[in-house]
Ligand binder design. Structure first.
Ligand code: BTN
Length: 327
């Protein structure tokens, strides 16, 4: 009921009478009053005026199931069917896999305020300090072949790129396949993991980590990582960003499911890709070679030009970085 009251308040710019809330939700005046009190204690600034009702003046940057749910509702998306919110978790991806194995439905979103063992690609860790970032994982169960799962990373990348652009106006770009970058530094990473049989996907978990209000980073990533706060001087409400990303994700995912490849999305992706026409180092295990990145194809593979010929590079197999640095 808390998220419904929050949604009603967020949806109304004027005062909303207690009676109206009671009638809409079929609850008692006392129940409404109790929830308003709780919301105020959590940091929501709500003006209460006799005979007029309640008016939401400002929302803090807190994450809770109710806050995320009401933001998603306000954004008009129903992509997320269930939210599991945790103040602290080892990794939202690890938790999502556990939930999926225990039968969690398609569209379950795990969000945490802090991760103690945030995971990056290739066994790396992902810095996930309390209260400043977005650490979330969505469980998806598409009817696709396992070899297509890596395309979901690119779809999530498009969604994050657009969501960040909408909320912050920053012209962020995608570094194929799974980083969102600005000013040559990383703002977001995406980690997709899957449980599958030879020809059947049980579930896919897509984890997104966005550096939102970080004011600094650990020494070892200082030179390659940045945050939306550091780039704009402004702080952002994480739930606004989550809902913008999820809304974008929903529409990209729907388009993907029509063809089960990226044929309808590759142009969009290519226009947002930072690697285009850049010299890159393609790294496979201990081997690496230099090439020029061109575009992605309908399978989400990166086409690179090497010795005058186009070579396809698959995201699961290699990593790509700039010849002179991270991008
Ligand atoms: C990378 O940059 O290599 C990928 C980073 C992915 C980080 C996100 S944060 C939410 C989810 N949970 C994790 O443990 N990892 C992903």
């Amino acid at each position: 009921m808390k998220s419904e009251i929050l949604s009603l308040l967020k949806n109304t710019s004027d005062y909303l009478s207690g009676q109206k809330i009671c009638d809409t939700l079929g609850v008692s005046r006392t129940a409404v009053w109790k929830i308003i009190k709780q919301l105020k204690e959590e940091g929501y600034v709500i003006d209460s005026v006799n005979n007029k009702g309640y008016r939401l003046l400002s929302c803090p940057d807190i994450l809770s199931k109710e806050e995320i749910f009401s933001s998603l509702e306000l954004a008009g998306t129903s992509f997320v069917r269930k939210i599991i919110y945790l103040n602290e978790v080892d990794s939202t991806n690890t938790r999502a896999k556990l939930e999926a194995e225990n039968g969690a439905c398609d569209g379950t979103l795990i969000v945490a305020d802090e991760q103690t063992k945030g995971k990056g690609r290739r066994g790396r860790s992902f810095s996930s300090p309390k209260g400043v970032g977005i650490f979330m994982t969505l469980i998806l169960k598409p009817e696709i072949l396992p070899q297509k799962a890596s395309m979901l990373t690119l779809i999530a990348g498009l969604a994050v790129c657009n969501g960040i652009r909408q909320v912050t106006d920053l012209d962020v770009k995608i570094k194929w396949p799974n980083d969102i970058v600005y000013n040559g530094k990383k703002i977001c990473g995406i980690l997709t993991e899957m449980s599958a049989e030879m020809d059947y996907v049980n579930h896919i978990v897509v984890g997104i980590g966005i550096n939102v209000n970080h004011s600094d980073f650990p020494e070892e990533i200082k030179d390659v990582a940045t945050s939306l706060y550091l780039e704009t001087g402004r702080t952002f409400r994480r739930s606004d960003l989550i809902s913008a990303v999820i809304k974008e994700w929903e529409s990209y995912y729907e388009i993907f499911l029509k063809t089960k490849d990226l044929s309808l999305l590759k142009e969009d992706y290519n226009s947002r890709m930072i690697n285009t026409n850049k010299k890159v180092l393609v790294i496979r295990g201990d081997d690496s070679y230099e090439a020029v990145a061109r575009t992605i194809d309908a399978d989400g593979e990166l086409l690179v030009e090497k010795d005058g010929a186009l070579v396809k590079v698959m995201s699961g197999e290699v990593s790509v970085r700039g010849v002179y640095g991270y991008v």
